[in-house]
Design a binder for this molecule. Sequence first.
Ligand code: NAP
Length: 417
Amino acid sequence: MHGFRKLRLPESGEAIKVVDGRLCVPDVPIIPFIEGDGIGPDVWRAARRVIDAAVEVAYCGYRKIAWCEAFAGEKALKLYGELLPEDTLKAIDQFVVAIKGPLTTPPISGYRSLNVTLRQELDLYACVRPIKWIEGVPSPVKHPEKLDVVIFRETTEDVYAGIEWEMGSDGARRVIQFLREEFNVIIPEDSGIGIKPISERATKRLVRKAIKYALENGRKSITIVHKGNIMKFTEGAFAQWAYEVALNEFREHVVTQREIKEAFKEHIAGRLIIKDVLADNMFQQVLTRPEDYDVIVLPNLNGDYLSDACAAQVGGLGIAPGANFGDYHALFEPTHGSAPKYAGKDVANPSSMILSGAMMLQYIGWREAADLIYNALSLTIKSQKMTQDLARHIDGDVKVLRCSEFANEVICHLHHR
Ligand code: NAP
């Protein structure tokens, strides 16, 4: 345990542990945080104050988070001379649960996104985004309240995993030659090449996690989203393996949509409905029939697109929380990036970071504190007090708050249950 180069541990606190397949959370857990780049420090400072205040209100000092700063991005480069030091990976691994602000991907060829690297190094294979409208948030659709989905997106595979060769490179030439000679597949010489692997193991563990979540949280359906009509052995296989998990491992708890149509009519009460939708149709469905969807599972790239599209329906990236899960490890993060133009100006919307913190509290079982945050944030927005990104879409009387002022308002509302 421990053995960090530069990371300083808090004076008190204990590690969260995994015991017999469950999280064992002490009253003062050590939780690493990464401030992030750009607007990261602003939104993290705001969110940390809200999280600490909610824990204090909920547990009157009996519980408390022992924060431990871990470094990635620009701050890590200054301190360690590298963007993602081993200390940081080790800290998240040892302390199991962590939270981070957004990280800038340097626009230099050869750098992998730090977020993708974190997910892959720590095998955080499920990116989870609960997307639900908060009353008062301006939205581009007429009925944002009809969308209430939780997206489970695979994050280690697919074309997104970055297995690719540049046009004209030795790698691209060899792959093109191999495909021609071995499979008689002709690819133009001036092509860049990307590989799209989707495995049974990675698909099944994601779907298993989504079904467990749906059952534990009383959700109504799981929708498997794929493009299997075109990519049969990757996207199509994803759907097939997803159904296999549902029917082989959760048979008594689930019913497929086809079964409902054909035979099961009397036996479906209380069962989780399993259905699938083609990816292109899904983008239409969330707009035209949002109320028909609940938990959604997708491969990496389609999941990336759909997450942002759904977030836009409920008010945009500034408000949607997220987390990356492994079997037990979890790294919570806002869905937006580092928005460099707002860096250090105290004008960014900290809601996504605050709500990611609430999601983290829920994950460690501190539901009372999480609920206080959801309630306080929604009361703040309902009272027409919000940051500029939301306020500029409202014609009526709105009080525009700075990032830190928004946090102050949310903290005031923690006491209004
Ligand atoms: P972005 O940072 O999300 O910002 C795009 C725009 O979204 C901003 O200019 C701003 O719009 C709005 N915005 C995002 N977050 C906001 C907030 N909290 N409050 C108010 N407005 C907010 O996306 P990007 O410009 O494409 O990416 C910038 C950097 O972030 C890149 O290096 C990218 O790789 C990185 N990134 C990191 C993560 C992550 O860490 N998970 C995720 C995505 C991107 P307006 O200009 O319209 O006001």
